[in-house]
Design a protein around this ligand. Structure first.
Ligand SMILES: Nc1ncnc2c1ncn2[C@@H]1O[C@H](COP(=O)(O)OP(=O)(O)O)[C@@H](O)[C@H]1O
Ligand SMILES: O=C(O)C1=C[C@@H](OP(=O)(O)O)[C@@H](O)[C@H](O)C1
Ligand SMILES: [Mg+2]
Length: 172
């Protein structure tokens, strides 16, 4: 049986897609799914291990499949990895979905991801890397978004509430 997500969360690394997604699902009485978790479970390896062992392109191919499966089969809240929108087919899939772009500025990004080795793309010089990633991706997040929710200076509970408000969704 097919189902579509109640909401799909996109946005840069560390903006809170996974954290807020879990909270949102709790508030909606819906299931939560995260495509990074799906990839890790299927591969039996961490994201960082996949990047190191096989390279980014291999990770993106796994991610593309994981997103397509989740968008087609998950009825709850879905968090994507920050780079999922790089793929044009994925963006096309998202046009039919309710998508929220969680945004933040660079200082907030560095505070949240800092020296977190779990995100290989920000392991070295995180401020500069984050700026470069956003130059390449900001327009892609904006392209797929039904709504944009800024997260600067807001805790995860506040952000979850703002997402519900932006989509005019009611708590369970
Ligand atoms: N609104 C927020 N305010 C402060 N810290 C946050 C917020 N949302 C998430 N975090 C923290 O930032 C880090 C990254 O969150 P995560 O949910 O993994 O982001 P993403 O899935 O977008 O990469 C975690 O340490 C998390 O606890
Ligand atoms: O932005 C990216 O390219 C990535 C974001 C990560 O997910 P989060 O956005 O959940 O951190 C993860 O998929 C991988 O490290 C690559
Ligand atoms: Mg995440």
């Amino acid at each position: 049986m097919s189902a579509v997500p109640v909401v799909v969360l996109v946005g840069p690394m560390g903006v809170g897609k996974s954290t807020v997604g879990r909270l949102l699902a709790g508030r909606l009485g819906a299931a939560f799914r995260d495509t990074d978790d799906d990839i890790v479970a299927a591969q039996g390896r961490t994201i960082a291990e996949i990047f190191v062992d096989d390279g980014e392109d291999a990770f993106r191919a796994l991610e593309k499949r994981a997103v397509a499966e989740a968008v087609a089969g998950h009825a709850g809240v879905l968090a994507l990895g920050g780079g999922a929108v790089l793929d044009a087919d994925t963006r096309a899939l998202l046009t039919a979905q309710r998508v929220v772009y969680l945004s933040m500025d660079v200082e907030e990004a560095v505070r949240r991801t800092g020296l977190n080795a779990a995100r290989p793309l920000l392991a070295v010089n995180p401020r500069q890397q984050w700026r470069a990633l956003m130059e390449a991706r900001r327009h892609l997040y904006e392209e797929v978004a039904t709504a944009v929710v800024p997260t600067d200076g807001r805790g995860p509970e506040d952000v979850a509430r703002a997402v519900l408000d932006a989509l005019e969704l009611k708590e369970a």
